[in-house]
Write a protein that binds this ligand. Structure first.
Ligand SMILES: Nc1ncnc2c1ncn2[C@@H]1O[C@H](COP(=O)(O)OP(=O)(O)O)[C@@H](O)[C@H]1O
Ligand SMILES: [Mg+2]
Length: 338
């Protein structure tokens, strides 16, 4: 026999060498990718089963208090004994951890799953902020990388069993809510936060249209920074006059203990309710303007935690009650699969 002799090592395990072409590095990588994607999809489905309600919080524009409301909803629910998680998807300005007093931490990773941090009342928190080296440095992630990171973020977090997951987004109806809407199965709906001014309302109408595009129902509109209550004390049963916005005096009378209060419409009032009505979506309630909310946001002690009996904390409880009623409603109207 002439020609080269193939030298097989006797201990080499390749009985099928003769019939199967060797797997290339490229194919291997492709297979691994496909496998990882399948695993992630499976996790998403499991996740959807483990989480009772998935609620997206959106706003037409920034600064209306969306993140404050998202954390407030989570805390109010948790205070009622519910197991709650909050997912902060705002890559450019992730501020939920700060609002909940959670510093820059290293997330615990086990079995290739990320374990959320824990905030007040046991609220579980996952934020893009945890991934940033310096949370004060804005990050510019290119589109596909950002969206890939979001998908991974949703699929790879070990939330455990939750009654509700609140998802906070950057302002507007950008790629982020779209990606979440397309990746996470069985989202209950979206809550739209607005302030009473016309511009904010106009923007919130865009969010309502967005909901139609992605076919996720609007659970309702919340009007934030709606009125500011001024309180004071004087002689019992006396007449008080306070200079309101545009110089219009507001009259009131103190009670038998001398306490009085007037509500000032800082940014007007009632616009959120009117626009909800106009768009045919539920109105979940309004939250007052409260300087303590700003301090709480900066100090990392949410107003609900610092003063659970404050007007704004009680207003959050009412909004949550309405939200739960809406969730029950939408569950009833969904087709039952037997
Ligand atoms: N009801 C409120 N009363 C007073 N200040 C508020 C209220 N809601 C939000 N804020 C303040 O407004 C600012 C913007 O709120 P934030 O939740 O970060 O808005 P967004 O997420 O919509 O950009 C923060 O300083 C926050 O403390
Ligand atoms: Mg925000």
């Amino acid at each position: 026999m002439s020609g080269p002799i193939s030298h097989h090592q006797p201990d080499e395990e390749s009985p099928n060498d003769a019939v199967e072409a060797p797997v290339t590095e490229d194919q291997k990588a492709q297979m691994e990718q496909a496998y990882a994607q399948m695993r992630r999809k499976l996790r998403m489905t499991r996740l959807a089963e483990d989480i009772g309600h998935k609620i997206m919080v959106l706003s037409g524009k920034g600064g209306v208090g969306k993140s404050t409301v998202a954390t407030g909803l989570a805390l109010s629910l948790a205070r009622q004994g519910k197991k709650v998680g909050i997912l902060d998807i705002d890559i450019t300005g992730p501020n939920i951890p700060k609002m909940l007093g959670i510093g820059q931490i290293d997330l615990h990773v086990e079995d290739s799953q990320i374990h959320p941090a824990e905030g007040p009342h046991g609220v579980k928190v996952i934020s893009m902020a945890f991934l940033l080296e310096d949370p004060d440095k804005p990050v510019i992630w290119r589109g596909p990388i950002k969206l890939g990171a979001i998908q991974q973020f949703i699929g790879d977090v070990a939330w455990g069993k939750l009654d509700a997951l609140i998802i906070d987004f950057p302002p507007g109806t950008s790629d982020e809510p779209l990606t979440v809407a397309q990746s996470l199965p069985n989202i209950d709906g979206m809550v739209i936060v607005t302030t009473p001014q016309e511009v904010a309302l106009l923007d919130s109408r865009k969010s309502i249209n967005f909901s139609k595009t992605v076919k996720i129902p609007v659970l309702g509109v919340i009007e934030n920074m709606s009125g500011y209550t001024l309180r004071g004390m004087t002689k019992p049963n006396s007449e008080i006059s306070v200079m309101g916005p545009r110089g219009v005096p507001i009259e009131t009378t103190s009670d038998e203990n001398g306490n009085w209060s007037v509500s000032l419409e800082v940014f007007k009032k009632g616009g959120g309710e009117a626009s909800a009505l106009e768009m045919g979506v539920p109105f979940l309630g309004s939250l007052p303007f409260d300087p303590g909310v700003v301090r709480g946001g900066d100090d990392g002690v949410h107003r609900i935690v610092a003063d659970p009996e404050s007007d704004v904390a009680l207003a959050f409880d009412r909004v949550v009650q309405n939200l739960m009623a809406e969730l029950d409603n939408s569950k009833d109207s969904a087709p039952t699969i037997l």
